[in-house]
Design a protein around this ligand. Structure first.
Ligand code: AP5
Length: 217
């Protein structure tokens, strides 16, 4: 299955992917995580992305499209779940074109819906693992050992773009440049909306119900 996960910053895309990849054995491809790894390794790509990420703007389409095309080529037969990509209509069109060249298509677009006001609290409390990308929250989703990743015991960190000013700009960028993607995908009938302002397990159950139904059709 090939799945796109849409949603504002803090909607819970990364959180939901953690459960979905275990269940469906799809490759989790997060454009944000890939960019953060490039930055941590000090690559040219990472350096190019730094300024955009720190201000809450989108990294230019050509950079992202090339980076994600390379990642998608490594996906297993079970498919992939895209988190944070595509983020512009240009990126979505490039993705469709690349898949079409291999007689493939996106099977489902999962749209996590959340009010901007809920996002602020989620972002200030978020902690993530710099090694494996696992996501926690200081109140809603605590790790077993305070400040350490459950999977690899790495010290959890706060993302540099989670300050209130940058989050405000990321939300504005999302509404202006990414939200139009819902209409883009609506045209081919693959969009499924989910209320993301619920317990993460409830959100996961709704998504799984939908993906299970798609898997048997
Ligand atoms: P990226 O890393 O993709 O960030 P984002 O889309 O802003 O999304 P987040 O990772 O912040 O949120 P999320 O929805 O994954 O929420 P999470 O599960 O962590 O992008 C960062 C930057 O990279 C961009 O600004 C841009 O510069 C660049 N970039 C990336 N992709 C790009 C692209 N395609 N094109 C151009 N530029 C690109 O959850 C958030 C918190 O809430 C956590 O603490 C979690 O524990 C908690 N939480 C989750 N679900 C729930 C729930 N149901 N109830 C309560 N708490 C919850």
């Amino acid at each position: 299955m090939r799945v796109v996960l849409l949603g504002a910053p803090g909607a819970g895309k990364g959180t939901q992917c953690q459960g979905l990849v275990d269940r469906y054995k799809m490759l989790h491809l997060s454009s944000g995580d890939i960019l953060r790894k490039e930055r941590a390794s000090g690559t040219q790509l990472g350096k190019k992305a730094q300024h955009y990420m720190d201000s809450g703007e989108l990294v230019p389409d050509d950079v992202i499209i090339e980076m994600m095309a390379k990642a998608i080529r490594k996906a297993p037969a079970a498919g992939f779940i895209l988190d944070g990509f595509p983020r512009t209509v240009n990126q979505a069109a490039a993705l469709d074109k690349a898949l079409d060249a291999n007689s493939q298509k996106i099977d489902a677009v999962l749209n996590l819906q959340i009010d901007d006001r809920v996002v602020a609290g989620r972002m200030t409390g978020r902690r993530s693992c710099p090694k494996c990308g696992a996501v926690y929250h200081i109140e809603n989703l605590k790790p077993k050992d305070d400040g350490l990743c459950d999977r690899d015991s790495t010290k959890l960190v706060q993302r540099s773009d989670d300050s209130p000013e940058v989050v405000a700009n990321r939300l504005e960028t999302y509404h202006r440049q990414t939200e139009p993607l819902v209409d883009y995908y609506m045209n081919n009938g693959t969009v499924f909306n989910f209320d993301a302002d619920r317990d993460p397990n409830e959100v996961k159950a709704s998504i799984s119900e939908k993906l299970d139904a798609l898997a048997v059709t």
